[in-house]
Design a protein around this ligand. Structure first.
Ligand code: MN3
Length: 195
């Protein structure tokens, strides 16, 4: 079954002033849709390869599936990770897991924003749960699909591609990362940690 662009659960302008409406509109309606279409096309081409038993372009389509698939699934998490009434500090199990992994929420916040600011080119910073150790960790990705540990579940992801912040923040990615902290939907993070 084809993948579809998931609707936002809030209005484009709902995250202002932290994330502006025009960025949300372009980011969701154009960029994310491009990844959905790219993933569907790659899966179609790989199905054709199986049907024809012709794998001459398998490397190309697997790369396309990784790029567009990671792009689609990360953006889907990203929209749900944000909420107009988000921000602040987590409580309960998320707070406990962050304290256990990083020592304090402040340590987590500093590490998360520094790692996001240090991504070379386009990518993501991710708070993840390692499914082997159950511990939380902070990882980064270049593009959508490069750099990871394969046994992790993303709990909180922040897009640091320029399209995510350049209209409002220009070159100041650090200001964007600071603003992102004000819209984090910690309830969604808690739901992902518990699942
Ligand atoms: Mn993006």
């Amino acid at each position: 079954m084809a993948h579809e662009l998931p609707p936002l659960s809030y209005d484009y302008e709902a995250l202002e002033p932290h994330i502006d409406a025009q960025t949300m509109r372009l980011h969701h309606d154009i960029h994310h849709l491009g990844y959905v279409n790219g993933l569907n096309n790659a899966e179609k081409k790989l199905a054709e390869a199986r049907n024809n038993n012709d794998y001459g372009l398998v490397k190309h389509w697997e790369r396309e599936a990784a790029f567009h698939g990671a792009g689609h699934f990360l953006h889907t998490i990203f929209w749900e990770n944000m909420h107009p009434s988000g921000g602040g500090v987590p409580n309960g199990a998320v707070a406990d897991a962050i304290k256990s992994a990083f020592g304090s929420f402040e340590n987590f916040s500093n590490h998360f924003r520094a790692a996001g600011g240090a991504v070379e080119g386009s990518g993501w910073v991710l708070l993840v749960k390692n499914n082997t150790t159950d511990a939380l960790d902070i990882l980064t990705a270049e593009k959508h699909q490069n750099l990871t540990q394969w046994v992790v579940t993303p709990l909180l992801v922040c897009d640091v591609w320029e399209h995510a912040y350049y209209l409002k923040y220009q070159n100041k990615r650090g200001d964007y990362l600071n603003a992102f902290m004000n819209v984090i939907n910690w309830s969604d993070v808690a739901k992902r940690l518990a699942s």
